[in-house]
Design a protein around this ligand. Sequence first.
Ligand code: HEM
Length: 187
Amino acid sequence: MLGYIQYVLVNSVRELGGEEALVAVAEKAGLKALPSFRIDTDYDNAQCLALIKATGEHFGLDDKALFALYAERFIKASRQQFPLFYDMAESAYDFLRRQPRIHQTLASSVVDHSTKKAVASKFELIEDEGRFWVNYRSENALCGLYEALFYRLLEHYGETGRLEHRRCVHRGDELCQFELFFDGKRP
Ligand code: HEM
């Protein structure tokens, strides 16, 4: 996975628990030290998942609590680092329609063709008769992260809505499928 998710995670660990937490999380994740993650570099998926798990364990948070905490920081960090993506979107719906393209834009600086292809293949949007679905296929199975980011993004735009998890790899389905609803607005 490109290093932005890990970059925000490591910064969060540092801000919440200082150097001590960084050392403890690295150790729990089986790393001597945490790399300086870069958005233009592709990192091992298993390493990213191990870091997420180690962070949750270190701070005593289950996945839901960890992803909620992370989403709070991620939306603020990405708003600061990539203001244009937010300014271009008038609403959470507008932003989410662009989210797969945002990922692809970020992957465009990576030289490796297979990384670009992998990033592009993860999210598929389906809009049909006013309904908005997202198919998410990834060995990382971070549907909990998607859900937390969805709700925090609504908050950013001062909106409400909900996500229905129709299919889920954690329940044995071959992909995760979300249906997204936006109060007061129809796609
Ligand atoms: C400006 C805002 C955003 C930036 C800069 C950003 C950036 C990134 C990057 C660089 C990755 C790694 C991509 C890869 O290697 O496949 C990633 C992963 C991910 N992002 Fe975003 N993202 C943003 C917004 C969002 C939003 C709003 C959502 C969901 C509502 C989202 C959901 C995810 C998920 C679920 C992954 C993990 C993908 C996997 O399975 O590997 N992102 N993001």
